[in-house]
Write a protein of this length. Structure first.
Length: 296
């Protein structure tokens, strides 16, 4: 995985060295992990300008996931590389209103702009229909969905534990799709347990995304403790675009949590609390429209 990302970054660097011209502007994101370094270096060599959309803060994401110690050699090296990269950037775009001040203190970066995140789908409520192809084989009247790249910041087991809590509720079903190490863990849990209220959907092409998101009544974003502060849920705004509420595992001051509470579009529950997820799902009435938020 790390070698593949490194190889992609190298290819991107040489492609940019070939294509960029003086005065060009190149925009990059934080994934794959090594891409911003390649973009910043190529832009500097070619006399172009570079901007970074900050979605995930490294090494902080890896520290909150327990994969790195805060003061380890690897974490310190990433911070040093970040410092050099940020000095080469012409602008940094945050999609989290709380990100600017920590970045200024942490890296001394001054060219920071906040731009609220956006959906890739047209924002209009999609009705729940029995003809939805992803819902046809589900007898339950209320479907709880999960669709995400489940990586280090996420806690997929919390979703499975909630399904286990609700296994005797015939009106509730869990529809799970995604990829990454967390999704593989979910499939292993299902192979060991065979819960009847859980179904899996293989990863599908983007043209099917709108139909799939319309198949569930409620969507889950399962972050680990503190992860929502350093990682932005990429699917969050698409869930809202199709008119569905969310249950977000997060500290209350994270950007997504603030958006949920301020706009009354779901629930924010404490990371690690599968019982609170189960409570949010069964709170009456099962929402056909946006539920009122419940601070947990």
């Amino acid at each position: 995985m790390a070698f593949s990302e490194f190889l992609f970054a190298v290819r991107a660097f040489f492609a940019l060295m070939r294509e960029l011209r003086s005065g060009d502007v190149v925009l990059t994101v934080t994934a794959p992990f090594m891409l911003p370094y390649a973009v910043a270096a190529a832009a500097r060599f070619r006399g172009a300008r570079a901007a970074l959309i900050m979605r995930d803060v490294f090494p902080d994401v890896l520290v909150t996931a327990g994969l790195l110690k805060p003061n380890s050699i690897v974490a310190t090296s990433i911070r040093a590389a970040n410092f050099l990269m940020f000095r080469k950037l012409d602008a940094m775009i945050t999609i989290d209103r709380n990100a600017e001040q920590p970045l200024r203190r942490y890296y001394g970066m001054t060219r920071i702009r906040f731009i609220p995140n956006w959906a890739t789908l047209v924002a209009t409520p999609r009705p729940v229909t029995v003809n939805n192809p992803f819902r046809k084989k589900i007898a339950a009247r209320f479907v709880v969905g999960l669709e995400h790249d489940l990586g280090f910041p996420h806690d997929p087991e919390i979703v499975f534990e909630a399904a286990r809590f609700l296994k005797d509720e015939p009106s509730i079903h869990f529809l799970l799709s995604g990829w990454g190490i967390g999704f593989e863990r979910l499939k292993q849990l299902q192979a060991d347990t065979s819960l009847q209220n859980v179904s899996f959907v293989a990863r599908f092409e983007n043209p099917e995304l709108e139909v799939f998101l319309a198949a569930a009544d409620l969507w889950i974003i399962p972050y680990n403790k503190h992860a929502a502060r350093v990682s932005v849920p990429s699917r969050f705004y698409n869930f809202l675009a199709v008119g569905r509420p969310v249950v977000l595992f997060s500290e209350p001051d994270a950007e997504a949590a603030l958006t949920v509470v301020e706009n009354g579009i779901g629930w924010v529950v404490r990371p690690g609390r599968s019982d609170q997820l189960a409570d949010a799902i069964v709170l009456p009435p099962c929402p056909a429209t946006m539920p009122r938020p419940s601070a947990r």
